[in-house]
Ligand binder design. Structure first.
Ligand code: SAM
Ligand code: NAG
Ligand code: NAG
Length: 238
């Protein structure tokens, strides 16, 4: 009897220990992207939960949300509308494009897309902001393959797994679809960033299924460089 209850105790306690450890989900110390020169993953995120928690800390701040909705609202929409107007002139975006903005927070960039005539536009963020922004993690976009003609994002620096961030954009873009990133190369972004990018080379490596369209300087809320990729047509394996 004694040994039976000992075995039961042993099984229960190891199960609990396993559950405890797996709940903590330790992050791999090296990721594929960590090996890419000119792209550094910031240390300090010990679990995926702690990364998400840190991102939410700013996005959920009620005082900031009030400012973003009021003082910042029109000012940011005007700047974004300028960017999207330029992209329309370059035929990288049109009124009939189905467009997604990744990491859109309150949705100014989505409103800007609509104002320049791209009516079928939606945003994605950890925190939804109805009706412009739906909830979701950009490391696992809640959309089917080939859902969009155009994706914009100015939050590459918030990606803990840049290869997933880019892989998900390439998955949800249709072949021929366009991705526009605004990134900071010259200055370091804020304490909510999860990586630091020092040139466009890592992006060229990460966008495996796309070709580079252009790189040009922009002045976009602390982000200095626009990088545009076009998803390649699907090639059939022989
Ligand atoms: C610097 S803000 C950019 C907001 C917006 N694009 C703008 O320019 O106004 C970064 C945003 O990325 C979001 N974010 C961070 N990590 C994310 C993730 N894993 N999935 C989806 N959104 C994320 C944050 O919630 C935040 O709203
Ligand atoms: C964000 O973090 C600060 C400091 O740790 C804390 O006081 C605040 O309550 C947090 N806010 C949210 C929305 O989590
Ligand atoms: C696109 O939409 C805008 C805004 O509604 C409109 O002014 C413009 O004429 C449209 N462009 C085309 C090519 O239909």
């Amino acid at each position: 009897m004694k040994s039976k209850s000992f075995i039961a105790f042993f099984i229960l306690s190891t199960t609990l220990l396993f559950l405890y450890i797996s709940h903590k989900t330790p992050l791999p110390t090296t990721t594929a992207a960590a090996a890419i020169p000119d792209l550094k993953i910031r240390p300090g995120y010990t679990t995926y939960e702690s990364y998400i928690h840190h991102q939410l800390n700013k996005t959920l701040n009620p005082k900031l949300r009030e400012i973003w909705k009021t003082r910042d609202w029109d000012r940011k929409i005007r700047v974004f509308a300028g960017f999207f107007g330029d992209l329309k002139q370059k035929n990288l975006l049109s009124n009939s494009s189905k467009a997604l903005s990744v990491g859109a927070r309150m949705g100014q960039e989505v409103e800007a897309l609509k104002r320049v005539g791209v009516s079928d536009s939606i945003g994605l963020d950890l925190v939804p902001s109805s009706p412009l922004v739906v909830r979701g993690d950009f490391h696992h976009q809640p959309f089917d393959d080939g859902s969009f003609d155009f994706e914009f994002s100015n939050v590459f620096d918030h990606a803990l797994y840049p290869e997933k961030f880019v892989g998900e954009i390439e998955r949800t873009l249709r072949p021929g679809g366009v991705c526009v990133l605004h990134v900071a190369l010259k200055r370091r972004s804020d304490k909510y960033s999860a990586n630091d990018l020092f040139s466009v080379e890592p992006l060229k490596k990460l966008f495996k299924r796309s070709e580079l369209v252009h790189v040009r300087p922009v002045d976009g809320f602390g982000l200095d460089t626009e990088v545009v990729f076009r998803r390649k047509p699907v090639t059939r394996a022989l």
